[in-house]
Design a protein around this ligand. Structure first.
Ligand code: HEC
Length: 131
């Protein structure tokens, strides 16, 4: 009986170490594929919900979702997220997004200077570090 307990303990110890040893491997893999994915910050999300997600999210326009779908943001790779965020900043800065018709029917959702800055700062923060 006692011997059995010892075996169980030894087995548990081995499992424990295996789990520990596996961890650095995971960390290396994450570093290799570039920066770790980051969720959209709450304040940026609030703006996107108001001004973009009527079209660029589940239930929105098919055309809009094919270029940027905020509902499946997590599925984009970090590189793709960075590229899309940069494009979003550009489109909003140039006043091409949200579209004119949307601006005139939703004056409250027209991005303010502060919101544009918020979006661009966030987009810049996503730049994947060059190797
Ligand atoms: C009324 C619907 C609507 C709203 C609101 C809207 N978009 Fe779009 N957006 C579209 C459609 C449709 C397209 C694809 C066709 C096009 O490029 O005009 C698009 C395309 C884009 C593209 C890709 C452009 C390209 O040339 O690749 C970006 C980036 C974008 N939108 C960002 C945004 C952002 C950021 C917001 C919110 C500030 C926003 N959109 C709000 C409908 C919308």
């Amino acid at each position: 009986m006692k011997k059995n307990t010892m075996v169980t303990v030894a087995f548990a110890v081995v499992l424990f170490y295996t789990a520990f040893l596996a961890n650095p491997v995971c960390a290396q893999a994450a570093q290799k594929t570039g920066d770790v994915q980051k969720p959209i910050p709450a304040e940026v999300m609030k703006f996107l919900e108001k001004s973009c997600m009527g079209c660029h999210a589940e239930g929105g326009s098919k055309m809009a979702m094919s270029v940027v779908n905020i509902s499946s943001w997590d599925k984009y790779s970090p590189e793709k997220q960075a590229a899309k965020a940069k494009k979003m900043g550009k489109m909003v800065t140039k006043e091409k997004m949200p579209p004119k018709s949307f601006r005139s029917s939703n004056p409250d959702a027209v991005p303010t200077k502060e919101e544009i800055k918020l979006l661009c700062d966030w987009a810049n923060s996503l730049q994947v570090a060059k190797k």
